[in-house]
Ligand binder design. Sequence first.
Ligand SMILES: Nc1nc2c(ncn2[C@@H]2O[C@H](COP(=O)(O)OP(=O)(O)OP(=O)(O)O)[C@@H](O)[C@H]2O)c(=O)[nH]1
Length: 343
Amino acid sequence: MKMSSGAGRGDLVHRGAHSQGRSVAALVVRFITRRFIGEYDPNLEKVYNFHTIMDNEMVFFEILDTAAQPHESECLTLEANIRWAEAFILMYSVTDKCSFDECNRLKFLINYNKRKRRLGSNSSKESLSDVPVVLVGNKIDQWGDRMVSPEDGQRRSKEIGCVCFHEISVREDFEQVWSVFRDVCHFWKVHNKCPKLKRSSSDSRSEPLVSPESSGIRSLCGSMNGSSTALINSRSNISAPFSTIGRRWTEVELDEEDESEEGVTERKSSAGDSEVSMESSLPPFRARASTDGHLLSRPRRWRYPPPSLSSQTYHGGSSSSSSGGSCADRRMSISMRGNNASY
Ligand SMILES: Nc1nc2c(ncn2[C@@H]2O[C@H](COP(=O)(O)OP(=O)(O)OP(=O)(O)O)[C@@H](O)[C@H]2O)c(=O)[nH]1
């Protein structure tokens, strides 16, 4: 998801890992139309453009709901989508422990790709992972099947450095869905108003201009093949003692993994992007992201190779644009005029 306002621009990415049921799509459609629609085509990628009034300000949302990707292109596409976004919603199902654990890996990927951009733009380490990431546990209406407690969700939110945590039911409660997007918008604004956390100029220069009188959010909803994990959505239940539906916890970001720059050779290309040399013998990037709350040790020289390139040199910028181009062919843009603007 991406956002923009009079104060600047921001992106929010919703990524679903291993999605089949399109809970992410249900979340986005619920937010835009107020209606809950349960089933979606898992192979259809959509871009939702939507604007509404939040906290007395017009906000524009651009939400990308990505389709399931073939395994070999999954990681590359995901990284391109992460680079596109400026804010994220990680959604899991409280009835699915695997989806909950998957959020660790996705947050790691967000950190990695966002930090890489800042290194490429000569930013300081303080701007590491400065994009807002909101953790959301969904399906709390399925109270009998809950596998992840609210306390676990809150703890995980702190551990992986999310700005806040929600438990919601997309199916049962529109207000909870709204609250998630409102917080994303809020933290995106905070991020863009804080000089220390502001995006680098190189990050925003490729973004389209937005009216200074308005604010907008772009969100990207995606999925990855595998178990049913969603950055935006997953099954949840809430048991009777936990009357915490819609409860929100806000936390400051924890320190991110201090990934050393040692061993990574970067140099500016003519387009301003960095080139990263890599060693093909090193383990793939995803293998380092565990799902148990810990990050595995990082090889000193590594960069995930584009599967289509045999060269030992990867141009980050061109890789991103090429993968984005393939995605664009499959995207369908849906424009909806704020029919819930009266909220
Ligand atoms: N009971 C309940 N079901 C929901 C809710 N939100 C979505 N669903 C349903 O959950 C199903 C999707 O299941 P999931 O396995 O979570 O979907 P997913 O594979 O994570 O989907 P992605 O978003 O693409 O990752 C769909 O049939 C939705 O209608 C909710 O809040 N409560």
